[in-house]
Design a protein around this ligand. Structure first.
Ligand SMILES: [Zn+2]
Length: 639
């Protein structure tokens, strides 16, 4: 039986008998797990998490599941978590599962097809189950994302909750509580019912709201009000590796407050009753940037507050995640919404969800002063160059890359430019710049994508009911701002193979992409922060600090010389490798004088000669004189 047939059988979700035409084999798939229905679970789930074992990074979980009836019950562990874009659930970190009814241990079996499902037979007379298990945080990054350190914890409720199959998650009520290490503070977009000693209890919420309301807790914790006196408050909850990382300069705090003001001006309302930024300033907790409707999980490196100007990799994070409250959470692609966390999510509109959020994230970052206009433009040059030189677009549509989280699982790739990656983020950004400048041009400067934001994401202050949309809704909203063949515009760029990168927004915005011998300040800062050397547009490769190749431009000079990712460069023109030596060799390369590199790949050493004479090349945007500067207008603060 082919894998395709097995997959088809799962889609049908019916028992299936297959008989081979030859030989004796036959097999039966197990009964399908009950599909979710929009009916209320008759009891409440009491969920108690003991998070005090920070030394061993073990979360002890106890659940009381009321409302069970005798017979077969299936418990699900969340697999598809909102915002992750693929089936990311860490079922491998669940251990020690024990289920009891009336004090007796009940045997469970894991579904052999859906490993996130556990079946248990509830005996007569049992009306509630007591469930125990542990969530084992990775103790090192090679096991997965570290979520507990001695100083802080990132509790995602989807890691610590089993729930009954057959129900919409919004119809299952949960009463959560957490026992924290003594003295720890926490931020979470839930209402605390009581805090007695180290135990915080929260008011009951639906499982849907709970999973969308993670917690950051820590030994070093501080909360900042980003809009004092607001009816719909926005707060910044910060945990850090050390107490001094919590000290914030008034000017830096003001930039964060500006972000809230500029988002108000852009969207015109707040789609939440409260918003809690959860921010971890840490080199120990695993990286994160994850949006929620009324909060977001943000991990940044130490120095975020204390050297804010140098935090080049992190300054764009909060503007991006905050935008998601409107774009992605309140307005949500219809095919991305699912009734529970074990129905696959489909991301066909992620080029709106993530693409336009990347666009507004940069715009709000610049308008709020979190980043400067120069930085945003220099960053845009890097994005434009990446897509101008990306050859995978010759075979793969942008829309197909929305499936890339499932396909590639965010692992490193050997040939990223040819394979493509999750291009719906940044190529999506270029498409929305294209649309914004087109609206500005066609309306004679009267309208812009800001008008789209204000109408497409319109809603009532404080109302956070999810509003789903389709491709047709996006087209209609664009047409309401500016009449144009938007369906054709989007189909050409998103749904069809588009060999040319969507860079018209730059030229229409009064700027063009050029390559110069020296990198921009932003480019240098990004390379400094990541300890990498980018020579993609000259030699066609990038390197880490150990001179290992981390990326090779498909069909570029290094590619043509047979260099691959993880090749190490040992010597340049016969002399030991240094970054400067390689750059000098690139600058001095001329016809008849190839660049000789001694390289090592595994046990194999060889010398390759690269005939490259184009000198160093770094992307940069320059003004097209005599044209209107729309880009500056887009990125400047709104009054
Ligand atoms: Zn995002």
């Amino acid at each position: 039986m082919s894998p395709a047939l097995i997959a088809a059988a799962l889609v049908l979700a019916t028992p299936l008998v297959a008989e081979a035409s030859e030989g004796p084999q036959s097999f039966v798939l197990p009964p399908a797990v009950a599909a979710p229905r929009d009916v209320g679970w008759p009891g409440v789930i009491r969920l108690e998490v003991d998070a005090t074992d920070t030394a061993r990074r073990i979360l002890q979980v106890k659940q009381t599941l009321e409302g069970v009836k005798p017979g077969r019950l299936t418990l699900l562990y969340p697999e598809w978590l909102p915002g992750k874009h693929y089936n990311f659930g860490s079922i491998d970190k669940l251990a020690g599962l024990i289920i009891r009814g009336n004090g007796q241990t009940l045997p469970w079996t894991r579904d052999p097809v859906d490993v996130f499902a556990f079946h248990v037979e509830v005996p007569p007379g049992v009306g509630e189950l007591k469930i125990e298990f542990q969530f084992l945080s990775p103790t090192a990054p090679n096991q997965g994302r570290v979520v507990v350190t001695p100083e802080m914890m990132n509790l995602q409720w989807g890691m610590v909750a089993l729930y009954p199959a057959g129900y919409f998650t919004r119809r299952i009520m949960v009463e959560p509580s957490v026992k924290l290490p003594t003295g720890w503070g926490y931020g979470v977009a839930l209402d605390t019912a009581s805090r007695v000693g180290d135990v915080a209890r929260f008011k009951p919420v639906s499982l849907e709201t709970l999973v969308d309301s993670p917690m950051f807790a820590g030994r070093h914790y501080k909360q900042f009000d980003l809009d004092p006196g607001a009816r719909l408050p926005v707060r910044l909850n910060v945990v850090a590796d050390t107490a001094d990382e919590l000290e914030v300069d008034a000017k830096v705090l003001e930039k964060h407050r500006n972000l809230i003001r500029q988002a108000d001006k852009l969207f015109g309302f707040r789609p939440f009753d409260r918003y809690d930024f959860l921010l971890a300033i840490t080199d120990r907790l695993g990286d994160i940037g994850l949006e929620h409707h009324r909060s977001s999980e943000n991990g940044v490196e130490t120095g975020y507050f204390t050297s804010f100007d140098k935090a080049v990799s992190d300054r764009g994070l909060l503007p991006h995640e905050y935008t998601h409250s409107w774009n992605g959470k309140y307005r949500r692609p219809a095919d991305l919404w699912t009734p529970n966390y074990n129905v696959p999510m489909r991301g066909s509109l992620l080029w709106v969800y993530e693409g336009q959020t990347t666009y507004w994230g940069d715009v709000l970052g610049s308008r709020s002063g979190m980043s400067s206009r120069e930085e945003v433009l220099e960053d845009l040059a890097l994005t434009a160059a990446a897509y101008e030189n990306q050859v995978g677009r010759r075979w793969r549509q942008l829309e197909d890359t929305t499936l890339d989280p499932v396909i590639a699982r965010r692992l490193p790739q050997p040939w990223r430019g040819w394979q493509r990656s999750e291009d719906y983020y940044q190529e999506g950004q270029l498409i929305w710049l294209d649309a914004d400048t087109l609206i500005r041009e066609k309306s004679g400067g009267k309208r812009s994508l800001d008008d789209f934001a204000r109408t497409f994401f319109a809603g009532k202050d404080g109302d956070w009911t999810v509003s789903p949309y389709t491709f047709e809704d996006v087209v209609a909203a664009l047409n309401a701002v500016q009449a144009y063949d938007w369906a054709d515009f989007l189909i050409n760029r998103v749904k069809q193979v588009a060999p040319r990168a969507p860079l018209d927004g730059l030229t229409r915005g009064g700027w063009k992409l050029v390559y110069t011998e020296t990198p921009t300040a932003w480019n240098k800062a990004i390379e400094g922060a990541s300890k990498s050397t980018g020579l993609t547009y000259s030699l066609g490769l990038s390197l880490n600090r150990d001179a290992d190749v981390t990326g090779v431009l498909w069909e570029g000079p290094a590619f043509n010389a047979g260099i691959t990712v993880s090749t190490r460069i040992l010597a340049v023109n016969g002399i030991a490798f240094t970054t400067d030596r390689l750059k000098t060799a690139i600058t001095e390369g001329k016809p008849g004088k190839p660049i000789d590199l001694l390289v090592k790949s595994g046990d194999h050493y060889r010398t390759v000669s690269i005939n490259y004479t184009g000198g160093l090349r770094y992307p940069k945007l320059v003004r097209i004189e005599g044209t209107p500067d729309l880009l500056t207008r887009i990125y400047e603060a709104r009054k």
